[in-house]
Design a protein around this ligand. Structure first.
Ligand code: CA
Length: 501
């Protein structure tokens, strides 16, 4: 059989619990569900750093943030770390990239390795967006999610007989959640069910978590709501009513933008049917990370709680994947690159030796892999962002537990905006407490579990070459433009891998 095509559809901040195939209580996504019905629903795919640009760099390169250097938003991509796109192009794949790129300042960090590309500058706009391609800047009339799909389909139709990889990167449902006019009638006020942890009191949690600035109650403002909070909902005494009011507006707008994604995934799948491309095309739907949809009283992402950590992932490839299957193997976005190379018939270790990931193609087929990792390692670096106040942390998630270490750098403590605070642990028993509201790190009954997980965490840090925090002089990829020290580290990593392979 000819090498399969790959269509990688990635939205921005689309949490799994806003997809009906994942059991959403708040919306219905028939076209995304079609992917699940005709392919596999991946139930344990986790990002390694829950924020936009880092996830994108990790997906392209198969490396953690401390290797590719993209530790936070607006960090420039270092193109000395090769990508799976480069490798596929090298064996004759046609390569296209459409929509949100968001890896550095656009004039200096445009997509490379693509035969065709057209992207939004920065975060992009929803309506009549400006876009950049090889010929310069253009205003494109229409709605962003439709436009990105149109660009991808037009390009796919132009490719001819060669295999292709199309990156279809939606802006939605990222802030500021501007819906298409045709979806503005959906989700009447008061109609959207609230999450059970909307009024989480954060009892038992670390101070780091208690101090984040991501609450609907106090941190979601007029920019996000497109209106001021009415007088009668202000003040501590009206907190509960205010949260309920904000939640309905927030979710209405968010879910309306999701509806356009669902429509457009349907349009893309229909197009593949019409072109006879469905059988030998791997179609992936995912998001760069999850999002808090009022869960724990929050919006945004960044933290290791499941709503933020989990990436939805639906994969259809009729040639190899059983319809309606499920996969519980623990996978991270570091593994995507190796998998796509494997699907294309390449040996990932040879085609992309700098990758830290492993192909999960066998898992897609429903096979058991004896030595598959039983944990995902995570690290969040953007802890000097004063807006969200999310603390520096790393941790590990297994099928049953989650251990998180807030190691003390950065923000998050009320009244101590630049503080280095005391390190804190959180441990969650995901079987007994799937909502992650009861931190048992200090519970003697969990002492052995915690000790095992601390060892596993250290093992995974060693495996991926990430340094544990040992004080303020611990190396850290800075956010913003590259600095010389980081360039040198990245170059050394690439050189070491190449000389040993
Ligand atoms: Ca994102």
């Amino acid at each position: 059989m000819n090498r399969p095509n790959i269509i990688f559809i990635m939205s921005d901040d689309h949490a799994a619990h806003a997809i009906s195939a994942y059991g959403s209580r708040i919306n219905h996504t028939p076209h995304l569900d079609r992917l699940a019905e005709e392919g596999v629903r991946m139930d344990a795919v986790y990002c390694t750093n829950s924020i936009c640009s880092p996830s994108r760099a990790t997906i392209l390169t198969g490396t953690y943030s401390h290797i590719n250097g993209v530790s936070s938003i607006w960090t420039e991509m270092d193109y000395r770390v090769p990508t799976f796109i480069d490798a596929l192009r090298g064996v004759g794949y046609r390569t296209g990239m459409f929509g949100k790129w968001h890896l550095g300042e656009q004039e200096i960090a445009q997509p490379r390795g693509f035969d065709a590309w057209k992207i939004f500058p920065g975060q992009g706009d929803y309506i009549d967006p400006e876009m950049i391609d090889a010929s310069g800047h253009h205003t494109v009339k229409g709605y962003a999610t439709d436009i990105v799909t149109d660009l991808a389909l037009d390009w796919i139709d132009s490719v001819g007989e060669d295999p292709f990889v199309a990156m279809v990167h939606h802006k939605a449902p990222h802030r500021p959640w501007i819906p298409d006019e045709k979806h503005r009638h959906l989700y009447a006020d008061g109609s959207i069910p609230e999450p059970e942890t909307l009024f989480d009191d954060y009892a038992t949690r670390s101070r780091a978590v208690q101090g984040v600035h991501m609450t609907l109650a106090d941190d979601m403002g007029a920019d996000d709501l497109k209106q001021e909070v009415p007088e009668h909902l202000r003040g501590d005494e009206n907190r509960e009513a205010r949260v309920r009011w904000k939640y309905q507006i927030y979710m209405r707008d968010y879910l309306q933008t999701v509806q356009s994604i669902d429509d457009n995934v349907g349009r893309l799948l229909d197009h593949l049917d019409e072109r006879g491309l469905a059988e030998n095309t791997l179609v992936v739907y995912t998001s760069d990370q999850g999002f808090f949809l009022g869960d724990h009283g929050w919006f945004d992402k960044r933290l290791m709680f499941d709503q933020s950590l989990q990436m939805p992932m639906l994969v259809r490839w009729p040639a190899e994947i059983a319809a309606g299957s499920r996969c519980e193997g623990i996978i991270t976005n570091v593994d995507f690159a190796a998998t796509f190379l494997d699907v294309a018939g390449l040996d990932p270790d040879e085609a992309l030796p700098t990758s830290q990931g492993r192909s999960f193609r066998a898992l897609l087929r429903g096979e058991e892999v004896d030595d598959w990792p039983d944990a995902a390692y995570y690290r969040y670096w953007e802890h000097d962002d004063p807006i969200h106040g999310a603390p520096a942390h790393y941790g590990i998630r297994t099928a049953d537990h989650k251990l998180i270490y807030y190691y003390g750098a950065g923000l998050g403590v009320p009244g101590a905006s630049d503080a280095v605070f005391e390190p804190e642990w959180e441990l969650y028993d995901l079987r007994a407490d799937p909502s992650e509201v009861r931190n048992v790190a200090g519970d003697p009954a969990y002492a052995d579990v915690r000790a095992d997980l601390e060892r596993k965490l250290a093992d995974y840090q060693a495996r991926y070459g990430d340094e544990p925090y040992r004080g303020e002089d611990t190396p850290r990829p800075e956010w913003g433009p590259y600095d010389e020290a980081l360039f040198a580290r990245v170059a050394q990593y690439v050189a070491d891998i190449r000389s040993s392979s």
